[in-house]
Design a binder for this molecule. Structure first.
Ligand code: CP
Ligand code: NVA
Length: 304
C-alpha cells in the first residue's frame, strides 16, 4: 500500500509524475463512488477546502471529521479509528499533532493515508509549492530557493521536494531552530543540495524564490514570546527582498502572521505568489490523489 506521509515516500520521478497529474485539465474520475475521510486535530482553511474540492473533482465524496468527533486516542485508539473509517472510505487524510499518529494509521495498511500536516511534515503543501515554482520559473533544475525562519514541518517537506526537482536549497534561521541533524542526513540521502547561512541577506542573494513560514506553529503557542525574540532579524521585508534581487518571487504557505515573519508590503507586493500557491493546493492535492489511486491499482493494492 502506498501512503503519503512525507514527500520522500515518493521518489523524484514519482513527484514529477504527480506534478503532471496536477496540471491535467481533464480530471480522471478515479474516486467515483468512493469516500475520503478527512480528520483534523488542528484548524485549517486551505487544506480542508482544497482536499474536499480535489476529492469532489475526482468523483469522490469527502467527509470532514472534527477533532472531538473521533477523538484520536481518547474516544478510540488511532488504530481502531483507522480500521473503522476504512470500512467506508477508500482513503484517509489526517492533520495531526504527532507525526507518529499518521505512521500508526499507515501501519494498519487498510487504505492509503495522506498526511495533511503533522509536527514533522507538510508534504501536500510542498507539492503545491513546487507546482507554483514550475509555473512561475519553468524547469526547476538548477534554480534556487532560500527559506528564512523556522526549520519546521513546512521547510522539511519543501526542502525534499525542491531537491528532488534539482533546486539548490538554502536556509537561514536562528541556530536553535535549524533543521535537526537527522533531517540533514535525510536531505543528503535524498540527494538534496542544501546549505545553511547565518546571514539572511547572504542567503537570499540572487535566489529565484524566497520562502518563509510562521515563527510559531500550531501547537507551539506557549513558546510564542521566546520564539519572537529568537527570530528577530529573520523577518522577510522589502529590505531583505531587495537583497534577493528583482526577479526573485516570494512564497508563503499561509496563514501569514503579518508583521512577524513577513510584512504586508511583501505579502501584497509584486514579488508575491502566495495566492497562486494557495490555489495550487487544490491542483496538487487532486494530482496526488489521482496518481496514488492509479499507483495502488498498478501495484495490486486496490481497496474496494
Ligand atoms: N497552508 C495550509 O496548510 O493552510 P491551512 O492551515 O489553512 O490548511
Ligand atoms: N508551520 C505551520 C504551517 C501551517 C500551515 C504550522 O504547523 O502551524
Amino acid at each position: 500500500m502506498r501512503h503519503f506521509l512525507e514527500v520522500d515516500d515518493l521518489d523524484a520521478t514519482e513527484v514529477a509524475e504527480v506534478l503532471k497529474f496536477a496540471s491535467m485539465k481533464e480530471f480522471p474520475k478515479n474516486l467515483d463512488g468512493k469516500g475520503m475521510a478527512l480528520i483534523f486535530e488542528k484548524p485549517s482553511a486551505r487544506t480542508r477546502n482544497s482536499m474536499e474540492m480535489a476529492v469532489f473533482q475526482l468523483g469522490g465524496h469527502p467527509i470532514y471529521i472534527k477533532p472531538e468527533e473521533v477523538g484520536l486516542d481518547e474516544r478510540e485508539s488511532v488504530e481502531d479509528v483507522t480500521k473503522t473509517l476504512s470500512c467506508f472510505h477508500s482513503m484517509i487524510g489526517a492533520r495531526v499533532f504527532k507525526h507518529s499518529t499518521v505512521e500508526r494509521m499507515a501501519r494498519e495498511n487498510r487504505v492509503p493515508i495522506i498526511n495533511l500536516l503533522s509536527d514533522e511534515a507538510h508534504p501536500l503543501q510542498a507539492l503545491a509549492d513546487v507546482l507554483t515554482m514550475q509555473q512561475e520559473l519553468g524547469d526547476l533544475e538548477g534554480r534556487s530557493i532560500t527559506y528564512i525562519g523556522d526549520g519546521n514541518n513546512v521547510f522539511r517537506s519543501l526542502a525534499i521536494a525542491c531537491g528532488f526537482l534539482g533546486m539548490e536549497v538554502r536556509f537561514s534561521g536562528p541556530p536553535e531552530y535549524q533543521l535537526p541533524y537527522k533531517d540533514r542526513d535525510r536531505l543528503e540521502f535524498a540527494g538534496v543540495s542544501f546549505e545553511e547561512y547565518s546571514s539572511p541577506e547572504e542567503a537570499v542573494k540572487g535566489v529565484d524564490a524566497v520562502y518563509t513560514d510562521v515563527w510559531t506553529s500550531m501547537g507551539q503557542e506557549q513558546e510564542k514570546t521566546q520564539r519572537h525574540k529568537a527570530f528577530e532579524g529573520f523577518q522577510v521585508n522589502e529590505k531583505l527582498m531587495n537583497h534577493a534581487g528583482e526577479k526573485s518571487i516570494f512564497l508563503h504557505c499561509l496563514p501569514a502572521h503579518r508583521g512577524e515573519e513577513v510584512t504586508d508590503e511583501v505579502v501584497d507586493g509584486l514579488a508575491s505568489r502566495v495566492w497562486i500557491q494557495a490555489e495550487n493546493r487544490m491542483h496538487a492535492a487532486r494530482g496526488l490523489l489521482a496518481w496514488l489511486v492509479e499507483k495502488n491499482i498498478e501495484e495490486g493494492n486496490k481497496h474496494e
